[in-house]
Design a protein around this ligand. Structure first.
Ligand SMILES: Nc1ncnc2c1ncn2[C@@H]1O[C@H](COP(=O)(O)OP(=O)(O)OP(=O)(O)O)[C@@H](O)[C@H]1O
Length: 363
């Protein structure tokens, strides 16, 4: 199970430029969180601060009982091994083939034998669907393959925390959909704590357990996906619905006169769209940290927008969920007698741990 990361009052500036201030949030262990924000709001700076590549001006980053910004170099080095990071461009070495790129952290940070290195590299390449491409150079493969190679490299030290910076950058919508599925599948498999920075609204709406939004040098909101997707807060609503109406302007924020003009024109932000069902692991399993659809809304007395949690086949996943979970195999069994409920994704899923699925679990 991944570890929880607790960020308290974190502030970062470069010279006189404050990037963000007083950021506090908790990345729950094993859950997938997404960080959003207009360009330049410091999302990448936040990821780099989390992994200790940038030092904040003040505040705390608790990883277990270690406060990362204040660790002596030797402990920081150890703590960093808990993290796997996929940088925006994959950060692969151009002159090394994929095998050597992915093996790099193992050869650099462990004393494993070459046969052990080979076993681990091939296992991770298999996990991201790259088996057979070991000998290719980064310049010979597509953008999507580079991302997957970067992911395999981020996984070789079996991280407890996986940070992913813009997995969708430079990818077409279909490749983005495949990569999103891979991220959800990996979370189901390794159960680490994930934080993904993205601009892709579809990713933000369907993949994570939690969403955070940076704007005007602050973390506007961070919480369960359902909380943000049902929020009436203008910035959150504008961003998550990719609309022009709202406080975010062409170059960061609109001024008062622009907002007044918008109000005079009678522009209103419209109705909130339905909350889509969350993306499931491709074999249909419930991720250990996954919450029941509608659980946050039910626990907080929030009526989700009409049409929420209904999939393309018209099934309402709030109603479907107890049946879906109940039909799962008993712990240890591989297959569900009779298969999954009609139309449920995949046909093979393990029993979820107890206590994960009741309304309000974990909130
Ligand atoms: N090492 C650095 N030194 C000085 N300024 C920096 C440094 N790294 C980032 N910045 C500045 O911090 C701000 C935030 O950058 P960052 O890349 O984190 O934004 P972002 O939200 O990830 O943007 P995008 O969505 O466009 O990738 C920018 O103004 C950038 O120029």
């Amino acid at each position: 199970m991944g570890v929880e990361i607790r960020v308290e009052g974190l502030t970062k500036s470069f010279g006189r430029q404050t990037i963000w201030q007083d950021v506090s949030l908790t990345l729950p262990a094993g859950e997938i969180s997404v960080l959003l924000g207009p360009s330049g709001t410091g999302k990448s700076v936040f990821l780099k601060s989390l992994v200790g590549l940038l030092k904040p001006d003040r505040g705390h980053i608790w990883v277990g009982d270690r406060d990362l910004p204040y660790l002596p170099e030797s402990q920081l080095y150890d703590t960093r091994k808990l993290f796997g990071v996929l940088f925006q461009d994959g950060a692969l070495f151009g002159s090394m083939n994929l095998f050597d790129n992915i093996a790099f952290p193992l050869r650099e940070h462990t004393k494993k034998s070459e046969s052990e290195v080979k076993r681990i590299v091939l296992e991770k390449m298999d996990m991201v669907g790259l088996l057979g491409a070991e000998g290719k150079l980064p310049g010979e493969i597509s953008g999507g393959m580079k991302k997957r190679a970067g992911l395999a490299r981020a996984l070789v030290l079996d991280p407890e925390i996986l940070l992913v910076d813009e997995p969708d950058s430079g990818l077409d919508p279909v490749r983005t959909a495949y990569l999103n599925q891979l991220i959800v599948d990996l979370n189901a498999q390794i159960n680490a704590t994930f934080l993904i920075v993205t601009h892709d609204i579809n990713t933000a709406r369907t993949v994570p357990d939690n969403i955070g939004l940076l704007f005007r040098r602050e973390l506007v909101m961070f919480g369960p996906r359902e909380m943000l997707l049902s929020s009436e807060e203008p910035v959150v609503r504008q961003f998550l619905n990719a609309r022009k109406v709202g406080p975010i302007g062409m170059s960061e924020e609109k001024d008062v006169s622009e907002l007044e003009a918008e109000a005079k024109m009678g522009h209103d932000p419209g109705k909130l769209p339905p909350i889509p069902p969350q993306l499931m692991a491709s074999d249909g399993r419930v991720r250990p940290a996954q919450h029941a659809p509608g659980a946050w809304c039910a626990a907080h007395g929030v009526t989700p927008p009409p049409g929420s949690f209904i999939d393309d086949l018209g099934r309402n996943w709030v109603e479907e969920w107890p049946r879906y979970v109940a039909s799962m195999a008993p712990a240890g069994a591989d297959h569900v007698p009779g298969g999954p409920p009609p139309g449920a994704p995949g046909g093979r899923y393990p029993s979820p741990p107890p206590g994960q699925h009741g309304a309000g679990a974990g909130y």
